[in-house]
Design a protein around this ligand. Structure first.
Ligand code: UD1
Length: 354
């Protein structure tokens, strides 16, 4: 039986491993172990997603915790290397997305000569001031198998010299997660518990260092959105909460709430008039749902959400103008809820045969 490590660390990863875990858990040819590096550890940032997504307790928790990038990356590498040496080495390490643990576990695994598959490979913002771009570049420079969510990702990898036979366009795993949970999301009607009506509110999320680490920037964002004529629901990320700690007031139309679990959050997003965000994954989820999304960033590593989907890049200068022209878009190729089964087939046929 082949041993597979599914690495997860932080909020967006839990959604990315869930469909794959459920697709693999009963296969007789593999033993799939969830490894949680501990980058996110608050109940609302971690365990809430395990509960919502029916994920079991991780096989191992590396407790890497918070810290500077180097500290967090180093602690993750040390703990993961130790695990691989002390337990039997896995036949395949699957890393997802672009958080620090994605890069850290890839480096540790590669130096132990383990095979790595990167799910959501090839995305590029071409902005190396973003920590995630460094994580994506490093991970993709040492992976063995590249599973991409969109054709632009294939092109990026080919341009960087990755051999075409290592790249497989498998589609978007986050859409599998949504499809898997759709019935429960539709039944939830979370807006109701906040006293809101469908399409009569906006959802805001902000957690990128560039938007939230400096109080002046965050205040400028709040000043701008105070001019929006709808209630704005703002689940506040712990990083953002720190920056808001010294603020005297927030706009009257802003409803600050705690971070939400997956089902509550997707229920809220699916019925929003539109979303303002700096997240990566939300650009994809809104595209699938046809909910207009205004991404408060200069670049996106997910260009298909702009060229095909409902996403628009905005600045503080043009936000109020752009929200007058929302876009519904269409759904990109292979964002169909079948990505995990395509990967399972690939694993069975090719990867684990080697
Ligand atoms: C990380 C990812 C980012 C992802 C985001 C989703 C990297 C470089 N960044 O950013 O790509 O979009 O997760 O949330 O990997 N904190 C808590 N409780 C927690 C986790 C964090 O209070 O459970 C606080 C800590 O003070 C910590 C800060 O939030 O220092 C930032 O957390 P960290 O994981 O370093 O980065 P994120 O901003 O969450």
């Amino acid at each position: 039986m082949k041993v597979i490590h599914l690495i997860c660390a932080a909020r967006p990863n839990f959604m990315k491993i869930a469909p794959l875990y459920h697709a693999l858990k009963d296969k007789s040819w593999c033993d799939t172990k969830i490894i949680h590096t501990g980058q996110h550890y608050d109940y609302k940032m971690s365990q809430a997603f395990f509960d919502d997504l029916d994920l079991p307790k991780p096989h191992c928790h590396l407790n890497a915790g918070s810290g500077s990038h180097a500290e967090q990356t180093a602690r993750t590498m040390m703990a993961y290397e130790k695990l691989c040496i002390e337990e039997s080495k896995p036949d395949l390490v699957i890393v997802v997305g672009d958080v620090n643990a994605t890069m850290a576990c890839s480096i540790a695994a590669k130096k132990l000569h383990l095979k790595i598959a990167h799910l959501e490979a090839g995305l590029r913002s071409f902005d190396r001031s973003m920590p995630e771009e460094i994580n994506r570049l490093v991970t993709d420079s040492i992976s063995d198998f590249y599973w991409t969510p969109s054709k632009d990702a294939d092109e990026n990898l080919l341009r960087e010299g990755v051999q075409s036979e290592k790249i497989r366009f498998v589609g978007n795993i986050m859409i599998d997660t949504y499809c898997m949970m759709q019935d429960r999301i539709e039944k939830r009607a979370y807006y109701d518990s906040l006293g809101l009506l469908p399409q009569q509110y906006v959802v805001l999320t902000l957690h990128r260092p560039i938007n939230v680490d400096r109080a002046e920037r965050l205040e400028a964002i709040f000043e701008k959105i105070s001019q929006i004529d709808l209630p704005i629901i703002f689940p506040v990320h712990p990083r953002t909460r720190k920056s808001m700690a010294h603020m005297k007031a927030v706009p009257r139309n802003l409803m600050c709430i705690n971070p939400l679990g997956y089902i509550d959050f997707m229920s809220l997003v699916s019925k929003a008039a539109y979303v303002i965000s700096d997240s990566g994954g939300i650009q994809e989820e809104t595209t699938y749902l046809g909910v207009p999304c205004f991404t408060l960033r200069d670049s996106t590593e997910r260009p298909v959400t702009v060229s095909v989907g409902s996403n628009q890049l905005v600045s503080l200068d043009n936000l109020l103008e752009k929200i007058q022209c929302p876009k519904k878009g269409t759904i990109p190729d292979l964002w169909d809820g079948k990505t995990a089964s395509r990967i399972t087939e690939l694993l069975e046929l090719v990867v684990l045969e080697e």
